[in-house]
Ligand binder design. Structure first.
Ligand SMILES: C[S@@+](CC[C@H](N)C(=O)[O-])C[C@H]1O[C@@H](n2cnc3c(N)ncnc32)[C@H](O)[C@@H]1O
Length: 202
């Protein structure tokens, strides 16, 4: 049975890039910055409409997964210009990849949406090689008291339209998933809300 989040992304897929266009001006520079660090066998979790595909350096062997078939259809069109990209309909919370498979795992604006984020992060930890890199561009709940409360109050809006939460505590979820805080580097790129998170898996 499809989760509400899957249904919401299937519903919004046709309009997703248009709705996101105003934000993309800012996000594209962060995508470019982060993705130039990808190497080798790379997994992108929640690849969506495939906006990141054009930013991967040559030589990267990319597999993208998403659990929304409609978002993945859009990604397939983009991937057409980049031969070798593999796209699979798959739930990030239960991936059928072996342990220690990928040199790099990428997420961008995904852990706002994954229904059980700690489970998804545990799976990423499992499929990423020991010593591999996990690169994340994610928006999270602000730590600022009033801003955080406003985000909690407004959260049902994006959640019901898109399936995305604006008040996820992704750093805390990483710790719950078993990542070592000493291996996590967090860079705030827009206030304390949008972050580039770089992790060395261990
Ligand atoms: C906000 S979109 C971001 C898409 C893309 N990463 C980007 O940067 O534009 C979130 C995507 O994550 C996918 N997603 C959420 N939970 C997922 C899960 N458990 N497994 C696979 N994909 C998931 C959604 O279907 C959606 O395509």
């Amino acid at each position: 049975m499809k989760s509400k989040t899957q249904q919401r992304y299937n519903r919004i897929a046709g309009l997703y890039d248009v709705l996101e266009a105003p934000m993309e001006h800012m996000f594209s520079k962060w995508r470019r910055e982060l993705l130039k660090e990808t190497r080798g066998k790379t997994l992108e979790v929640g690849i969506g409409t495939g906006k990141n595909i054009k930013y991967y350096p040559p030589g990267v062997e990319l597999t993208g997964i998403d659990f929304s078939e409609k978002m993945l259809d859009k990604a397939r069109k983009r991937a057409g210009k980049h031969p070798g990209v593999k796209l699979i309909l798959l739930d990030a919370e239960n991936m059928d990849f072996d342990d220690n498979t990928f040199d790099t795992v990428v997420t961008s604006c995904v852990f706002c949406s994954v229904p059980h984020p700690v489970q998804g992060l545990k799976e990423i930890k499992r499929v990423c090689k020991n010593g591999g890199k996990i690169l994340m561009l994610e928006h999270v709940r602000s730590q600022k008291k009033t801003v955080g409360k406003i985000m909690d109050f407004l959260n049902p809006l994006p959640l019901n339209i898109y399936g995305a939460n604006i008040n996820r505590r992704t750093y805390e979820n990483l710790l719950k998933a078993g990542f070592n805080p000493g291996n996590i580097r967090v860079e705030n790129v827009w206030s304390d809300i949008v972050k580039l998170i770089r992790i060395t898996n261990s």
